[in-house]
Design a protein around this ligand. Structure first.
Ligand SMILES: Nc1ncnc2c1ncn2[C@@H]1O[C@H](COP(=O)(O)OP(=O)(O)O)[C@@H](O)[C@H]1O
Ligand SMILES: [Mg+2]
Length: 321
């Protein structure tokens, strides 16, 4: 099993502009088009871990592409996607991202539960009711936006502060909030039919040159979302999760929380395989079919990008002979 953790393609007209925690972003020069490669990198606590997870990139790219298509088909919002040119690569519109992440939560868990348990009731301009228990469902899904930090951790922020800081206008924020709730409802419905609960997730939006707000980045993937098995929610003390929460828990058990100067624990081959299996399990569940496990090579991915660029040039400059 192979894992792709780094790309460095030298393709004329295509330039690498950003290395995210998980994705490598290339730009088609002069076109406002992005070529986004979902690599097999994995991050936790905003730190890229020193291992690659086989098939993770394909799982993320395929699941995101499928959900982005569903969002458009349902008429919820326009998205950045143009084409999936390889199981690990999507081409789409480059837009100006809003510097916030829209987090929608259906249940009290994770970092919000830790805050709540300490007595915090005010969050992102909302007041949470007293007496809630861990994993309890909110009456209605709540939106808890965060800042999008270049480096380090994202911070909670209220809609008022977002507007005051000029991160979005009131109208823009309201539109994003409204779309985020609709997306969450759509994701919840898809998950529910597969015996899963979409617990919480994050959305990112960007603005086109014409001022249209579109959905960017990934959608309802196991990196951006928490999923629980629905049956375990009712039967188990802790719902069985299908996302990377168990990786975070393992890191914590090894004394690592992503803080500065903390030693990164050793990942065994077996543990990496287990993580890979979890991503595949989520894919199988949410897509209703097994992912065909394929070890893609860097050469194949590069060839797919070159084919796409050549195809694009042919459309623009058709051969007349
Ligand atoms: N259509 C788009 N236009 C501009 N930026 C985008 C678009 N889609 C995704 N991005 C940005 O590309 C990056 C995706 O790479 P990722 O590895 O997820 O990065 P991060 O470490 O920021 O999570 C994110 O910073 C995201 O905001
Ligand atoms: Mg990301």
């Amino acid at each position: 099993m192979n894992a792709i953790v780094k790309t460095d393609f030298q393709i004329p007209g295509v330039k690498k502009i950003h290395t995210g925690k998980v994705r490598d972003i290339y730009e088609v020069e002069g076109k406002d088009l992005l070529v986004v490669i979902a690599t097999d990198r994995i991050s936790a606590f905003d730190v890229v871990l020193p291992v690659g997870i086989p098939f993770k990139g394909s799982v993320l790219n395929e699941v995101a592409f499928d959900f982005l298509g569903k969002a458009e088909a349902a008429g919820i919002c326009d998205t950045w996607i143009v084409n999936k040119i390889h199981p690990m690569v999507t081409v789409g519109r480059k837009v100006k991202p809003f510097a916030i992440e829209m987090i929608v939560r259906g249940y009290l868990t994770g970092s919000l539960w830790r805050e709540y348990n300490k007595g915090v009731r005010q969050i992102c301009g909302l007041t949470l009711p007293d007496g809630m228990e861990e994993f309890e469902m909110f009456e209605m899904p709540i939106v808890t936006p965060t800042t999008k930090a270049e480096n380090g951790h994202d911070e909670n922020i209220s809609p008022e502060e977002i507007v005051a800081q000029g991160l979005a206008t009131k109208e823009e924020y309201e539109e994003m909030e409204n779309v985020a709730i609709q997306l969450f409802d759509m994701g919840t419905e898809v998950a529910y039919k597969k015996g899963l609960i979409l617990v919480d997730t994050k959305y990112e939006f960007g603005k086109t040159d014409c001022g249209e707000i579109i959905l960017i980045d990934e959608l309802h993937t196991p990196d951006s979302s928490r999923y629980w098995y629905e049956d375990s929610y009712w039967t188990a003390k802790t719902p069985r999760s299908l996302d990377k929460e168990f990786v975070r828990q393992w890191l914590i058990s090894q004394g690592f929380k992503g803080e500065k100067n903390q030693q990164m624990p050793e990942f065994t081959k077996e543990f990496v395989e287990e993580i890979s299996e979890r991503y595949l399990e989520l894919y199988d569940n949410i897509m209703g079919e097994k992912l065909v496990k394929t070890d893609y090579s860097l050469e194949e991915i590069e060839a797919a990008i070159k084919d796409f660029i050549e195809g694009m040039e042919e459309v623009e400059h058709p051969k007349t002979d």
